[in-house]
Each structure stands twice: as structure tokens, then as C-alpha cells.
Design a protein around this ligand. Structure first.
Ligand SMILES: NC(=O)c1ccc[n+]([C@@H]2O[C@H](COP(=O)([O-])OP(=O)(O)OC[C@H]3O[C@@H](n4cnc5c(N)ncnc54)[C@H](O)[C@@H]3O)[C@@H](O)[C@H]2O)c1
Length: 322
């Protein structure tokens, strides 16, 4: 089928576009390259350097009439959204609206939307199911939640099929340090550069914040399954496993040692720093519904995912490509 992937030069979107190409689909990638890298775009995908808020994007959708639009383009930084909520909403709300209007006009069958569990549920005590009431605590969380609500409205009003995927903290090759699971890229970059990173913590969570780290390939599988299933659903894409920043760091150190990489002095006792304002203490999502509806499974352990992320970084550091 013909699929248009927005944000397809970015971290997650490029892996999704790759998988669609490899599955035999005709893939169009739209990205304004504000955060993405054209080297991430599969050579067999058609690339359009376009902004989703631009009328030219709507024209492209009308001209190409894809069967599915997979929507990953977004303003992804929580701190930026706090600094400039208007710009965040312009991309994440108005950009998504433009996409939905274009989709209806072009007769697109389905929209798959990359949303965020972490930001939408806010601080939570235990792994949360999708029914948990939203508690958006940043303009980014508000704009993604608003995007979800518009998608539902378009679904109900115009019969546009959709699946909303609420990701936990996604990590893996091609990750940028400033996204939601940027800590993996930050730790890896620091340790490979011979520096020991700081672990941010609250007084009552001395081993850092609790998160749910899901490997990008597992996220890609959910996007493949959503092509033919999960219509009308909002689904957590997560492991359900609680991992502290400290545990993440120690697992990474173990993986680096196993791969024979020498670590800087003090790597076993990283300094602690105070959590930054707004850092959620705990964000872990229950993936039971995605298991049931999509028959999706988070297959990659944290250790294996970190090992694969590292080997990608090593190959690309050597060859100088992204
Ligand atoms: N990384 C995570 O852990 C995580 C968690 C939850 C949700 N998400 C969501 O997944 C999606 C992808 O995130 P990512 O981590 O891969 O980030 P990313 O920055 O690598 O990807 C976003 C892409 O969108 C492009 N883009 C931004 N604004 C655009 C615009 N106006 N027009 C066209 N293209 C534009 C960027 O150039 C970039 O390539 C986002 O929607 C994000 O909200 C990510």
C-alpha cells in the first residue's frame, strides 16, 4: 500500500519508514529536517522536505492520496514547549489538524499517530492502563493530547480510521539526546567520550527517576501491526517494566564492559544531581491492551536493546554517518 510517514527522517519515524519499505510498501517521507537527518531516509522511500504546517503539505497529500498516513512529525522537546507553548501548539496541534483535514479530503483510509504515554499520564504510582485519566503537566503533553482528541473527532465525524500509539520512553539507534528517552543517548555519548554523566534524582528517589524503556524495533512492530489492526484504539506501547535511571546506567556500563570498551575513572559511582523542575518521578505504562488488540509483544530486553544501540553508534562513529 502507499504510506506517507511524517517525521520519517527522525529517530522513530525513520525506523518505521524503513520497516514499511522492507515490507514491500510504497513509502513517502515528509520531514522539515528541523530535528531529522536526510541520511536516515531509506533510499527506496520518496523524500519531501516539507513542513506539515505548510499548505504545500496538504497539496502533496491531495496529489499522492496515500492509503495510510503515519504521523511522527512533532515538536518533541518538553523544555522547549514550556519556553514557547505557542510554537509547540503550532506544530503539534495545528500541524496535526492540517494533516487530518488533508487526510479526509484525499480519502486517506487510516492515520496512525505517535503519541506519548509518559507526558499524558503525568506522574503515576503503578504501571498505568489507557483508561487512566490524563494529567498533562506541560504544553507538550497538552498538545499531544489535543492531537489525540482531534483524531478521535475526525474518526467519529468523517469516518477516518485511526490508531493512537502512546509510547513510553523509546530508545535505540539514531536517537537524539533531547527526546523523551534522550537519557540513553546522553549516557552513551558521555561514557564513549570518557566522561561520567550525572544521575538526576529526587531526595525520595535516590536512584533516579522511574521509567519504562521500550526498544525502537518493538515500537516499529506496533506500527507494522497497526496497518491492519487496532482501528479506533488508543494503545500503550511499552514494556510495563519499571527501571530507575541508576539501573539504566548500570546496565549500560555492564554492556559497555562486555563489549570491551574502557570506561572513565569513577564510572561505577556516577555523581547525583537534583532532578530538574518538571521531571516526572515515575512513568510506567501497562501494555496489556496492545498485547490483546494487536498481538504485539515488547520482545527486546533492556540489555539487548542497549547492546544493539551501542553497536550502531560504534559502526556510525567509524564511518561518519548518522
Ligand atoms: N522518543 C520518545 O521516547 C517518544 C516518546 C513518546 C512519543 N514520541 C513521539 O514520537 C514521534 C517521533 O519522535 P522522535 O523521538 O523520533 O523525535 P525526532 O525529533 O527524531 O523525530 C521528529 C521528526 O519530525 C520532524 N519535524 C518536526 N517538526 C516538523 C514539521 N513541522 N514538519 C515536518 N517535520 C517536522 C523532525 O525534523 C524530526 O525528523 C514524535 O511525535 C514524538 O512526540 C517519542
Amino acid at each position: 500500500m502507499k504510506i506517507l510517514v511524517t517525521g520519517g527522517a527522525g529517530f522513530i519515524g525513520s525506523h518505521v519508514a524503513d520497516a514499511y519499505v522492507e515490507a514491500g510498501h510504497e513509502v513517502l517521507v515528509v520531514d522539515n529536517l528541523s530535528g531529522g537527518d536526510p541520511r536516515n531516509v531509506h533510499p527506496r522511500a520518496r523524500f519531501f522536505k516539507l513542513d506539515i504546517t505548510d499548505p504545500a503539505f496538504e497539496e502533496l497529500v491531495l496529489l499522492e492520496r496515500p492509503e495510510v498516513i503515519n504521523h511522527h512529525a512533532a515538536q518533541i522537546s518538553v523544555p522547549f514547549s514550556v519556553e514557547d507553548p505557542h510554537e509547540d501548539a503550532r506544530v503539534n496541534v495545528l500541524g496535526t489538524l492540517r494533516l487530518l483535514q488533508a487526510a479526509v479530503r484525499a480519502g486517506v483510509r487510516k492515520v496512525i499517530f505517535a503519541s506519548t504515554g509518559g507526558a499524558i499520564y503525568g506522574d503515576v504510582e503503578a504501571p498505568v492502563p489507557e483508561e487512566h485519566p490524563p494529567n498533562p503537566q506541560s504544553p507538550y503533553a497538552l498538545s499531544k493530547l489535543t492531537g489525540e482528541m482531534y483524531i478521535r473527532w475526525f474518526g467519529e465525524t468523517h469516518g477516518l480510521a485511526f490508531t493512537i500509539l502512546r509510547y513510553a520512553n523509546v530508545y535505540g539507534p539514531r536517537q537524539v539526546p533531547h527526546g523523551e528517552a534522550g537519557v540513553v543517548a546522553i549516557f552513551l555519548e558521555a561514557l564513549l567520550a570518557g566522561k561520567v554523566p550525572t544521575i538526576y534524582a529526587y531526595p525520595d528517589t535516590p536512584d533516579g527517576m522511574f521509567r519504562d524503556y521500550v526498544f525502537v524495533e518493538d515500537v516499529v512492530n506496533a506500527n507494522l501491526l497497526a496497518l491492519s489492526g487496532g482501528d479506533g484504539e488508543t494503545l500503550n506501547i511499552a514494556t510495563g517494566r519499571t527501571v530507575s535511571t541508576g539501573e539504566l546506567y548500570r546496565t549500560l556500563v555492564t554492556v559497555l564492559r562486555e563489549e570491551g570498551i574502557s570506561l572513565p575513572e569513577g564510572a561505577d559511582s556516577p555523581p547525583r544531581g537534583p532532578a530538574r523542575p518538571g521531571d516526572l518521578k515515575r512513568s510506567v505504562l501497562l501494555p496489556a491492551r496492545a498485547r490483546k488488540v494487536l498481538r504485539w509483544e515488547p520482545r527486546t530486553s533492556l540489555r539487548e536493546g542497549l547492546r544493539r544501540t551501542l553497536s550502531h553508534v560504534q559502526v556510525h562513529h567509524r564511518s561518519g554517518t548518522g
